[in-house]
Every structure is written in structure tokens, then in C-alpha cells.
Design a binder for this molecule. Structure first.
Ligand code: SIN
Length: 291
């Protein structure tokens, strides 16, 4: 799957990755009203990934329905619309607005954007709040709903339990780590908002640990996300129990990457003597720690 915000709103990237090659296309976050996003600079490359503070820029749900969704009709792929809100109630509002729309197969509920509300993450650090948001979305849609969680918590397993109790069908683990950059000579922050979300290969061990904690905490499937750029990375997330994996930051430097991954994964599996992907899923708990 593509990770939200890294592969367009619709199928803008289909010339790099044929739609049918992906398990699912996940949109950039859509909100009820258009958002201009945060002031520039709002992106900076780091030694191993980048910082962003986009601020959920998008053209709003009306434009998504009139301009983006029609371009997705008849496409042989699963479309997951990532939705955002500024209050707990507004998540249900946008889910209700979109649930009748053809062409959307599932919602990913973005509880975890670190670039709004001064990085306070009000929807992804407090289990009862996250549970209530998912319950509100659950009430207005029969489509599958995934909760996208933040790594910026002490016990992500508690968040996973909460969103499962709220009715989530799956969990995306995880969004970006809160980070910052600064020019020590001038004192200028890398991002106008000073803090933003760090993503990229450097966060993979954190994301893997978060995904594993979620897998252990709940029964619903977990979608791994964070620092994935190779077939081996995908298999690591499956080995800790994820049922699907998203690729994000790596798409910016290698937009054709996801088209190659299925064959590369099959090649690694066959070289290592595995007969199916199922043998890898959750493997970390089936072998002794030092095997
Ligand atoms: C953004 O638009 O600021 C990034 C989205 C996110 O991190 O959820």
C-alpha cells in the first residue's frame, strides 16, 4: 500500500506504478473544508529521511468528490481515503459525507498528524478520545475503517486497544515521529513551524517496534508503516505480525519502487526457501529469541 501523503490524492502516480500492482492506494488526508497548510519552509531533507510540516493541505471534500473520485472509477485497485478532522466530531462528519461515494473501499482515519494543533496530537495520545473518534466514524459507515496511530506515545498498545474498542477494522502503525531541525549559525529552524514529522529509513526500528506492540495488543490486522524502502523491510514488518505494509518517504526518491516490490519479495522468499508469505507473518514470536 502507498502511505498517505506520499503518493498523491488519487492516481497521479499511476505512470510509475500500475494501479493493479498495489494492494491499495491511500490518499493524502482529505478534510471537510479546504486547507492551505502551514507556512513555508515545510519540508527539509535530513541525513536519513525528511521532516515535513505540510499541515494537511488539501482542496477539501467537495473537490475530492467532484475532481478526484471520478478519475478513480473503474480502476482495478483498492482505494483507501485518508480522512482528517479538527475536532472529534468532524471525523464522523467527513466519513458520513463520503460513505455513500462509489470508488472508496475503506477509510484510514488520520488521528496522528503532528503538524496541526502545535504538535499536541490531541487525537492520538489519549485512548478515550481516540476510541470515541473511531466509534463516531463507525456509526456512520459500513466501510472498513483503519486508525492511523502516532509513534509519539509511551504505550502505543493502549492506543491500539482503544481504537479496536471504538470499532476500527485495522490499524496503521505508524505516522511520523515528532522532530525538528535547526541551522546553528543563524538559529533558523528547518521548518516554519519549528517542529514537524520525521519520516524515512531512520525511523524503521521505531515503527517496527510500534507495529509489533499493536499486533500484540489487538486482534484486528495491523498495517506496518515507517521507513520501508526494500523488499526485506516489507518482510520485517510481516515478520512482526503485520498483515500489510505501506511505503511512504521512499516513494519521493524512487517513485517506481512499489511496482518492483512484489517480484522482489517473491524472489527473497524463494531464495530463503519459504513457500508462502503466510509463513513469514508473525514469525518473530514463533522462533526462540536467539535463533
Ligand atoms: C501533513 O499534512 O502535515 C502530514 C500529514 C500527517 O503527518 O498525518
Amino acid at each position: 500500500m502507498s502511505a498517505s501523503g506520499t503518493f498523491g490524492h488519487g492516481l497521479e502516480m499511476r505512470h510509475f506504478v500500475p494501479p493493479e500492482k498495489l494492494g491499495a492506494w491511500v490518499s493524502k488526508t482529505v478534510t471537510m473544508r479546504p486547507r492551505h497548510g502551514n507556512p513555508a519552509p515545510r519540508i527539509q531533507e535530513t541525513e536519513a529521511g525528511f521532516l515535513n510540516s505540510i499541515g494537511l493541505e488539501n482542496r477539501g471534500v467537495e473537490s475530492y468528490v467532484s475532481d478526484t473520485l471520478p478519475s478513480l472509477s473503474g480502476i482495478a485497485s483498492v482505494i483507501v481515503t485518508n480522512i482528517g478532522g479538527h475536532t472529534p466530531e468532524s471525523f464522523a462528519e467527513i466519513a458520513a459525507y463520503l460513505t455513500g461515494q462509489e470508488g472508496i473501499h475503506a477509510f484510514e482515519v488520520n488521528l496522528s498528524c503532528p503538524n496541526v494543533d502545535q504538535g499536541r496530537l490531541p487525537f492520538s495520545t489519549d485512548p478515550p478520545v481516540a476510541e470515541a473518534i473511531m466509534a463516531g466514524v463507525r456509526e456512520v459507515t459500513d466501510k472498513p475503517i483503519f486508525a492511523k496511530l502516532s509513534p509519539n506515545v509511551t504505550r502505543i498498545g493502549d492506543m491500539a486497544v482503544a481504537v479496536e474498542a471504538g470499532g476500527a477494522d485495522g490499524i496503521t502503525a505508524v505516522n511520523t515521529l515528532l522532530g525538528m531541525g535547526v541551522d546553528w549559525r543563524t538559529g533558523a529552524p528547518a521548518l516554519a513551524t519549528k517542529m514537524g514529522g520525521y519520516s524515512g529509513v531512520g525511523m524503521k526500528p521505531v515503527a517496527l517496534r510500534c507495529a509489533y506492540e499493536c499486533v500484540r495488543a489487538v486482534k484486528i490486522p495491523v498495517i506496518g508503516c515507517g521507513g520501508v524502502r526494500t523488499a526485506g523491510d516489507v518482510l520485517e514488518f510481516l515478520a512482526v505480525g503485520c498483515r500489510a505494509v505501506q511505503v511512504g518517504t521512499a516513494n519521493f526518491s524512487d517513485p517506481g519502487l512499489m511496482a518492483r516490490l512484489p517480484e522482489e519479495i517473491a524472489g527473497l522468499l524463494s531464495d530463503a526457501g519459504f513457500e508462502s508469505l503466510e509463513e513469514v507473518i508473525g514469525r518473530v514470536d514463533r522462533v526462540p529469541a536467539h535463533a
